[in-house]
Design a protein around this ligand. Structure first.
Ligand code: KG4
Ligand code: ZN
Length: 331
């Protein structure tokens, strides 16, 4: 069984081929970061145009890399949402074309669910587990009781954590993509320099708020002179506040659900400090914490192929009239 996975939800065009054991046969992630850097953030129209230019080229490249023919593909998995609608549409339309032309079954998957399940590209995880997906567009806690079966138990009420990293980086003029740059600078700084707030820590539910933390950073930056000797410390303090809240809320959700298994995914989960804090807390409280390799945390087609394999296992396929969507419905 050969599964093609396609993700064009944001600014990366990524296609992967995996086998029935979720072993990667070929995987290409084409980043548009150099284009969007000029504008300080993702420009949706440019992102979708670039996907249109690249998608068939990358499709042919993954086939060549894996040494297989188009006719060998048994299943096409594709992100049908959430994401930038114009970008999602490029991948979804391409997937529908392949499905129709080759008579190949199609499965449209939820990009956020794929982030939560991306760990299965590297190892199996027993159910149930609690998953934190922390990315540029989403910060949600999901509770999985089986493959393809989850509930939302917490989410951000305003900005996503990745968005907060990006906005702070833009405000400070640090460049793009902000999250990775802040992580690198924060590595040289002290997290105890500024006592930034830990928003909604006492909230009984497991929701997050990052907009206030971003504002706290901006307010601090306007009141104090941040120079080369303090910038790393201020960024480390900001990063620490984000990490503290993410870890505290995820463990709270796991405790409330009586589940001792925690999975972390999404672009921000590539952050070294967040990974460190999660693993440390897991050890302290005797929880199993599992985080995918950084390559599988940020957007990638392999996680889409992998999730499609689970849906195929449960016999859930999509029809050709499946629609693209931009927002995740929080059920
Ligand atoms: O999952 P992802 O690739 O795309 C979305 O689905 O949004 O996540 C992208 C987000 C961006 O906001 C980026 O700034 C953040 O993940 N990110 C990081 C790091 N690497 C990527 N944030 C903090 N530290 C990082 N190392
Ligand atoms: Zn993503």
């Amino acid at each position: 069984m050969v599964i093609l996975g396609i993700d064009t939800s944001c600014d990366d065009t990524s296609l992967a081929l995996i086998d029935h054991n979720r072993r990667i046969l070929a995987h290409i992630i084409s980043s548009q970061a150099d284009l969007h850097r000029l504008f300080g953030g993702v420009v949706p129209e440019i992102a979708s145009r670039k996907h249109v230019e690249l998608i068939d080229i990358i499709y042919n490249e993954v086939l060549e890399k894996a040494g297989i023919q188009a006719g060998d593909i048994d299943l096409v998995g594709v992100t049908s949402g959430p994401g930038l609608i114009g970008s999602v549409l490029v991948g979804l339309s391409f997937a529908k074309g392949l499905s129709l032309a080759g008579g190949i079954p199609l499965i449209g998957v939820n990009h956020v669910e794929a982030h939560a399940m991306s760990i299965f590209l590297e190892r199996d995880v027993e159910f149930p587990f609690v998953a934190l997906v922390v990315s540029g567009g989403h910060t949600v806690i999901l509770s999985f009781d089986a493959p393809c079966s989850f509930q939302v138990i917490g989410s951000t009420v305003d900005d996503a954590a990745g968005e907060a990293f990006a906005k702070v980086a833009t405000f400070q003029g640090l460049g793009y993509p902000g999250g990775r740059i802040i992580e690198e600078m924060a590595r040289q700084g002290s997290p105890d320099h500024v006592a930034f707030p830990r928003p909604m820590m006492d909230d009984v539910r497991c929701n997050f708020s990052f907009s206030g933390l971003k504002t706290a950073f901006i307010t601090y930056a306007k009141k104090h002179t941040i120079d080369a000797s303090t910038i790393n410390d201020v960024l480390a303090s900001f990063q620490e506040a984000v990490c503290d809240v993410l870890v505290a809320k995820t463990f709270k959700a796991a405790r409330q659900s009586n589940i001792k298994r925690v999975v972390v995914g999404g672009g921000v989960a590539a952050n070294g400090r967040l990974r460190e804090v999660f693993l440390k807390r897991g050890k302290q409280e005797d929880y199993e914490v599992m985080i995918a390799s950084p390559l599988f945390c940020t957007d990638n087609g392999a996680m889409i192929a992998s999730l499609a394999s689970f849906y195929a296992g449960s016999g859930t396929y999509s029809t050709l009239d499946i629609k693209a969507y931009s927002r995740m419905v929080m059920k």
